[in-house]
Design a binder for this molecule. Structure first.
Ligand code: AHR
Length: 330
C-alpha cells in the first residue's frame, strides 16, 4: 500500500445531516452552517457505513472528538457504496466546508471527485483507508493503520504456531469487502509471510463483507465443501465471530478444532479470544478521532502536516486479552 501511494514519509508519526441524498444516518453536531462563514471549522466526513463493531467505534470516536474540539461535523453514512461517498463529497464541496475527510469504501476511482475538491481549495484527509491514486497531491494526509503489516502479523503468528511441524495446514480465509484497502492488504500481507513454507495452503478464500452475517454464511459453505479445515483467517473480528457460530453449529470447537486468527480487537472479539474461541487477534485501532481533529485544524490553518500518520497498534493472545479487557474502550 505504501508503495502504491508513493508516500514519501512512512511511519512518521505514531502517533450533521447536512449531506443530502446519500443515505445519511448521522447528524450535524454543530451549528449547521456551511464552512468559511466564521471561526468555527466545518468538517465534512463521509463514513463507509456501519458494517462492524470497529466501524461503530470509529464513528463514535470521530463524532465525540469533533464535539470536544469545537468542530462543526457534517457526517454522512455511505452505507457501503462508493457512489454515495462521491455524492457526499460533491455535496461538501457545494457547501464549502473547510475540510473534507473520508474513509474510502474501495481503493480505486477517486481521481475525478478529489480533483474537484482540490480545484475548490478544500483540503482532503484520507481516514482509516488509503486510495490507489498515484497523485498524492489530491489529499493532504492519510491517517490510519498499515494493513499489510497487520496481515503479516497474522501470518507470523501462524508460522510460529506450526513451527517444527510438517503436516499440511489447511487455511480458509474470510476476506473483507471487495476492493477495500484492508481486504486487499490484509490478504497480501498474510500471503507474503506464509508462502515461505509450502505446508501452508489457503484452500478457500471468499469475501464475508466485514460483517458477522456474511462471515457466518460463508463459513457454513466452507465447512460443507472443505472436510479438513485447520485454520480460519478472518480479516476482521465480526466475520470471525459469525464464523464461530457456524463452527459451533457444525459440532466443532472454535479455537481448538479450527484455530482462528482475526483483526481489529473490538470488545466482542477480545472476549472470544479470552474464552479461547479465537487464538490470536491483530489490533487495528478505530480511535482515530482525536488525531484527525488535530490534522483538520492544521489543514484549515494551512500548516504543514505529515503525508502519513500511522496508527500505533499491537497484537493479542488469550492471556493478553484477559488483561486488556477490563479497560478496553471499544
Ligand atoms: O477499514 C478498517 C476495517 O473496516 C476494519 O478492520 C473492519 O472491521 C471495518 O469494517
Amino acid at each position: 500500500m505504501l508503495k502504491r501511494l508513493s508516500i514519501a514519509v512512512a511511519g512518521g508519526l505514531l502517533l450533521a445531516s447536512a449531506v443530502a441524498g446519500c443515505g445519511d444516518s448521522g447528524s450535524d453536531t454543530g451549528s449547521g452552517k456551511s464552512g468559511g462563514g466564521d471561526d468555527k471549522i466545518t468538517l465534512g466526513f463521509s463514513q463507509v457505513g456501519a458494517e462492524s463493531g470497529w466501524r461503530t467505534a470509529n464513528t463514535k470516536s470521530i463524532q465525540e472528538s469533533a464535539a470536544s474540539s469545537g468542530i462543526d461535523l457534517k457526517f454522512s453514512d455511505a452505507q457501503g457504496k462508493q457512489e454515495n461517498q462521491i455524492k457526499a463529497i460533491r455535496n461538501f464541496i457545494t457547501q464549502r466546508v473547510d475540510v473534507i475527510a473520508f474513509s474510502p469504501v474501495v481503493e480505486s476511482g477517486w481521481g475525478t471527485v478529489l480533483k474537484e475538491a482540490k480545484d475548490a481549495n478544500i483540503p482532503v484527509i484520507l481516514t482509516d483507508r488509503a486510495i490507489d491514486d498515484p497523485d498524492t497531491s489530491l489529499y493532504k494526509t492519510f491517517i490510519g493503520s498499515d494493513f499489510v503489516e497487520e496481515g503479516k502479523k497474522a501470518g507470523d503468528w501462524l508460522v510460529k504456531e506450526y513451527e517444527g511441524k510438517s503436516d499440511p495446514v489447511n487455511i480458509v480465509e474470510l476476506q473483507g469487502s471487495p476492493g477495500a484497502a484492508p481486504a486487499n492488504d490484509r490478504k497480501s500481507g498474510f500471503a507474503d509471510v506464509i508462502k515461505a513454507d509450502t505446508k501452508f495452503k489457503v484452500i478457500a478464500s471468499q469475501t464475508g463483507q466485514f460483517t458477522r452475517t456474511d462471515g457466518k454464511a460463508v463459513m457454513e459453505t466452507f465447512l460443507k465443501s472443505q472436510p479438513d479445515i485447520d485454520v480460519l483467517y478472518a480479516h476482521n473480528d465480526d466475520m470471525g465471530l459469525g464464523a464461530i457460530e457456524a463452527i459451533e453449529a457444525a459440532g466443532k470447537k472454535p479455537g481448538t478444532d479450527i484455530k482462528i486468527i482475526t483483526v481489529d480487537a473490538v470488545k466482542d472479539g477480545m472476549t472470544a479470544l479470552a474464552d479461547g474461541k479465537i487464538n490470536f487477534i491483530v489490533e487495528c485501532s478505530p480511535l482515530l478521532g482525536p488525531q484527525l481533529m488535530e490534522l483538520v485544524k492544521k489543514a484549515k490553518a494551512g500548516e504543514s502536516i505529515p503525508q502519513r500518520v500511522l496508527t500505533k497498534e499491537t497484537t493479542f493472545t488469550p492471556e493478553q486479552a484477559k488483561e486488556a479487557l477490563p479497560s478496553r474502550k471499544y
